[in-house]
Design a protein around this ligand. Sequence first.
Ligand code: PHE
Length: 515
Amino acid sequence: MSNEKRDSWGSRSQFILASIGSAVGLGNAWRFPGLAAKHGGGAFLLVYLLAMLVIGIPFLMMEISIGRKMHRGVPGALRAIKKPTEAVGWFAVSNAFVISVYYAVVFAWVIMMAFASFKFAGLTGDCDSASGLWASLIKTTGTTSGYRTISLPVLGCLVVAWVLIYACIRNGPNTVGKVVKYTVFLPVVCLLILAIKGMLMPGAVAGLTKFFVPDFSSLASADIWIDAIGQVFYSLSIMMAIMVAYGSFLDEKSNIATDSIIIAFSDFAISVLSGIVLFTTMSGTGQLENMTASGIGTAFIVYPQSIVLLTNNGVANAIFAFVFYFCLCTLAIDSAFSIIEGVSTAIADKFHLSHKKTTLVLCIIASVLSLWFITGAGLAWLDIVDNWCNAYSLILVGVFEAITIGWLFDPKKVLKEVNRNTTSFKMPGWWFVISIKFFAPIALTGFFIWNIVTLIKSGGVYGAADGYSVAANIIGGWLVLGLCMFSGFIVKIVEKCAAKKGYKPDEDVWEDTAE
Ligand code: PHE
């Protein structure tokens, strides 16, 4: 292994907090409660928990431990395991890069809504204006055409978003470790305030009943299982190059088995807390039935309707609106920077570049690309790119990673890494091996096929009913997917050119650690 000095976490808690910060994001705040509303409340909670235990946690442990073992981002770690599988790592990295481009835009929207929350003061009881506020601010056409207009307020917030993201990761784990002390606890405080307000509302019990009491008839549909597995992977930030990068900054003494359990359960707890906030507030304001499985719809269209009905006092409503959107900002920021950090670590490791400069260049490129999503057509394009990244690319990355470790390598060797230094909880072999070899690849392949079949059944064009064009599907969907999938070849070409100038790739290989 090359012995240049690698950045590392200042302490165990920094690593745990950074990982929780990455895992806990907008997905917990709006996607999880939305899915629970769609799938019979408590029934979804149970299925989610099962999917987290059976597939999510072993996968999380696997990613962190290959990062720690090789002290490399995901392409480098996989290369050391089996050379050609480096390409799987680049697939993960490029897909993560694409996600970072549009996630920053969603982050900019929440910043904008935090600033615009004073507007709620003048809208008491006016649900129609409240629900249209966001769409009018982002100036969306709702379709894939109209890219000549740009929303200035969003542009301003996008600049703020990128500056904040860069500031948090400019020195890698050194700065991340410091920032996460705030970005992990602040949203919890905000969510607690909102949960207390929600529980004091008259409809709270009905909301809580809907959220917690399982409707077992939902278990019969395949949808609930598919959605739960998808949400587990999305929420734990796995297959996004992040956890391998965060693992690569760990020292040898770290206790991966226990830390992964802490990370996964904290993430789950915050999802449940967000569920309590949304279900009680929506129920208290008579909006429960309007909750949608689409996160964006819930956070920017339906929740504002609840805000203006919270009290009869406009200023009090505006304050709650601010707390809510500020909370979303603090939730989003550490997810947004973690994903750039994963990409930056992979590239800097591969080409022996300065981490700091790589991060800066990446932030500049990503911020320019993100301008596309703040045009009039941006929302529709964002929806398309997001759909392909999550429904296809991410899932394929997961299948390839699981096959690499489960079949081309030996999951027992990875398990040994997971359990190294563990004195209390040890990850049982059967749980880990069966999950990585069988459950994860089978579930993810099923998920992938399901998504393709659903698309074909609906006519083959995603969002056709909303006016999304075929061209946008091809460019924003299939082309981006293809580029990500074959990014390993692009890296190979760059590597060949760099080799002419004296560049030498790492030739580290996985060597089993002595007992
Ligand atoms: N776990 C994040 C969430 O729930 C998902 C994510 C992480 C998205 C990092 C983007 C970047 O929101």
